[in-house]
Design a binder for this molecule. Structure first.
Ligand SMILES: [Mg+2]
Ligand SMILES: [Zn+2]
Length: 180
């Protein structure tokens, strides 16, 4: 792989699947309309697809890492049936109040940096996509282009845009995939 590899770093909840606040059961995992098609388009446009997600529900004891694996296996299986491979899923299981500070929890860019080193990604050609300004901060810290989508918490978060400005705003992942 050359350093020309470009990636889409995707927040999970509110971008790929519906935000339900601490998703803790694979049965509750539901794709946002158009997100599967969007990932297919992005793959066709030669982006490596990598999920970057905070899962503090683990630190809080709301669900276990095994449950998170089951949720991700369900997501990956459905995507695989559509010919889409998620190259990697990075998650931060920590919460600063419970497990202390860590380098992975967004808005720190730790998970993106880890992915960059593993997959030799050119970050300036890559995008971080999320439904919160925390995701936008993460992308900026990693020197990626940043995209706020208006699914999940996106519409509420858009009202809070002040010093942290996303490079682009799209109605949903599908609109971004089509237009990029
Ligand atoms: Mg989110
Ligand atoms: Zn962490």
């Amino acid at each position: 792989m050359s350093e020309k590899t470009k990636a889409i770093f995707l927040d999970r909840d509110g971008v790929i699947n519906k935000e339900v606040s601490y998703l803790s059961n694979p049965d509750m995992f539901e794709f946002i309309e158009g997100s599967i098609e969007a990932l297919k388009i992005l793959k066709q446009k030669n982006f490596m697809l990598i999920v970057i997600t905070n899962q503090a529900g683990i630190a809080r004891g709301f669900f276990t890492e095994e449950t998170l694996m089951a949720i991700h296996n369900k997501m990956k299986k459905i995507l695989r049936n559509h010919g889409i491979d998620l190259v990697d899923i990075y998650y931060c299981p920590h919460h600063p109040d419970i497990t202390g500070p860590c380098d992975c929890r967004k808005p720190k860019p730790g998970m993106i940096i880890k992915a960059k080193l593993k997959h030799n990604i050119n970050l300036t050609k890559s995008y971080m996509i999320g439904d919160t300004l925390n995701d936008i901060k993460t992308g900026k810290a990693a020197k990626c282009k940043t995209v706020l989508v208006l699914t999940g918490y996106g519409k509420e978060e858009q009202k809070k845009i002040d010093l942290i400005k996303p490079d682009m705003i799209y109605e949903n992942l599908y609109r971004f995939a089509k237009e990029i």
